[in-house]
Design a protein around this ligand. Sequence first.
Ligand code: BT5
Length: 324
Amino acid sequence: MESTRAKIINLLSSNQDSYISGQEISNQLQISRSAIWKHIKELEKDGYVIEGIRNRGYRILQSPNKVSENTVQWGLNTNWLGKSIIHKESTTSTQHIAHDLATNHADHGTVVIADEQTAGKGRLSRAWYSSKNKGIWMSIILRPSIPPYLAPQLTLLTATVLADVLKKELKLNPKIKWPNDILLQDKKTSGILTEMQAEQDRIQYVVIGIGINVNHEPDDLAEDIQSKATSLKIETGKSWNMTELIQQILLYFEKTYEDFLDKGFSVIKEKWESYGYRIGEVTSIKTFHDVQRAVLTGIAEDGALLAKYEDGTIKKVYSGEIDW
Ligand code: BT5
């Protein structure tokens, strides 16, 4: 449920350069002018700078430099993604909250964000370090009308979205390591965890978890990952505004997702392969059964990794690690 404050922010944000009168806000939200005034004062306490001019109305001049439902909403140019945002200062895992919301009928496009996760999850019950205010820890709820076996495509789609944002907006040179790692200078800066609730032939919902190390200094990274992980700050030497980054990710995500529904997976596949780490090279692939050398030739329509083994056979790898 969108809060009244979020609705006010939404209204003011949809019209950033002009004023919205108290009367109009009152009509649209069905609340009194004095209630609006109280909400505006609360927003100012949060760090918003709001100009109110008699006979003209209100307009937002500046939003605070901290992630919250309101700050992400302000200036978010999506049509459906992130229209409902749940922000927590601390939680076990945004995946847990997203699953709870999704089973309670949360809308397609609902986004859960946390400043800190105390039990962040990776794949296969691995842990994901999510230190306070250092990175983006968020989950997106989707209700896609694709068959369950194609859900892995959404992980690959998400990876291309993150790579695109890092490349186009931050001018970095990201690589995607199959299936879900975003690397900068061969070190992991981001991971994706896709979880799904489905019946045999129908997806009820998918939760896509995105973790990005943003403003970590080297010492902020847990000791056991220091040699193989990095952050945007470590790579660029500067801090990044996480609210803006989240907005960019959501905007690119919405566009890419719509393209995917329109045109199918081929566009994603091509882009993924252009970012693919060690594509065309010989590497080691570790599966549940064994470790083998193979050339990575690309990805298949169902999201599997295509590997050409030394005996010349090309096989699909659904679960495993490359060059770990
Ligand atoms: C992933 O798993 O890479 C998926 C990570 C997804 C995290 C997001 S954050 C929002 C949402 N809520 C959650 O609880 N999870 C999602 P996997 O491929 O299994 O990689 C896990 C491995 O990456 C760990 O075993 C560590 O070696 C390493 N690792 C853990 N934390 C890291 C970090 N912050 N940065 C880089 N590497 C990390």
